[in-house]
Every structure is written in structure tokens, then in C-alpha cells.
Write a protein that binds this ligand. Structure first.
Ligand SMILES: [Ca+2]
Ligand SMILES: [Ca+2]
Length: 140
């Protein structure tokens, strides 16, 4: 399970590094770029580029559940900075800092009522999703 998880991370990060490298080449023509961009650290309590952030409170308040990878069920997770609190059915605002859109759903395994957050979308959840999101996956 962990190997699959790691593989997914590496594959996705390689794709992002390739895209960043291509952009650099277009800008400067500097040749082969060896430096990879800083990788987002999944579920470390800090929302970084390449992640979806789900906040405990409205208006991006309180602890953030920061996802770089899809998660089919939040029930086995905790807010990294509030380890006694689960993000399952317990988030009120969102900030998508990923280059991908994310699908959020009210039940596990991307079922129930689902909605899509485009890259760069942020705000407070509507009543349909507020304190109801249980799974999320990025869409390539
Ligand atoms: Ca992070
Ligand atoms: Ca989980």
C-alpha cells in the first residue's frame, strides 16, 4: 500500500517537474534543468503549491488538511496541527493551490454528492459540502 502511495507521489511530482522544466527552458534556454521544484509535503499542516487545502473553519481559519494526493476516506485522518480532530465531515473552507482540479465528495471512495474545484478556486463551502466532505481526488 505504501509503495503504491509512494509511486503515485513520485509519478505525479515527476510530471510537475517536467512541466516546470519546460517552462524554464522556454524562458531562458538554459539547457538541461536538474533542479526539481520544491515538492509539496502531503498532510504536514502547511498548504503549499501543488496541494488542496481544506480548512476546519470558514474563511481559511483554523487547522488545514493539506492534500497533495487523492484520499478516498478522511475518516482515518487527523488535522496535522490538531491531532485530536478528524477532517472527516469537518471542513468549512477550501483553497485549491494545485495545478489540477479536485473532485470532492460527501461519502467515501468518491461517492455521494460530488463537486469540482478548479485550480486556484478558494472560498467557503456551500451548505451542501460544509462539514460533509469525506473524500477528495485530483483530476488529471
Ligand atoms: Ca503541505
Ligand atoms: Ca484517508
Amino acid at each position: 500500500m505504501e509503495k503504491i502511495h509512494m509511486h503515485t507521489t513520485i509519478t505525479r511530482r515527476m510530471a510537475q517537474a517536467a512541466a516546470a522544466g519546460a517552462a524554464l527552458l522556454m524562458l531562458g534556454g538554459l539547457g538541461f534543468v536538474t533542479a526539481a521544484p520544491a515538492a509539496a509535503a502531503d498532510k504536514d499542516g502547511v498548504l503549499e503549491t501543488g496541494e488542496l487545502g481544506l480548512y476546519y473553519n470558514s474563511n481559511f481559519g483554523g487547522s488545514v488538511f493539506d492534500l497533495a494526493l487523492s484520499d478516498p476516506n478522511f475518516a482515518n485522518d487527523r488535522f496535522p496541527t490538531s491531532p485530536s480532530v478528524s477532517p472527516d465531515n469537518n471542513t468549512a473552507s477550501y483553497d485549491n493551490r494545485d495545478i489540477y482540479a479536485w473532485q470532492l465528495c460527501t461519502d467515501a471512495n468518491y461517492t455521494g454528492t460530488c463537486g469540482r474545484l478548479l485550480s486556484g478556486a478558494n472560498g467557503n463551502f456551500s451548505d451542501v459540502y460544509k462539514n460533509k466532505v469525506t473524500s477528495a481526488r485530483y483530476l488529471v
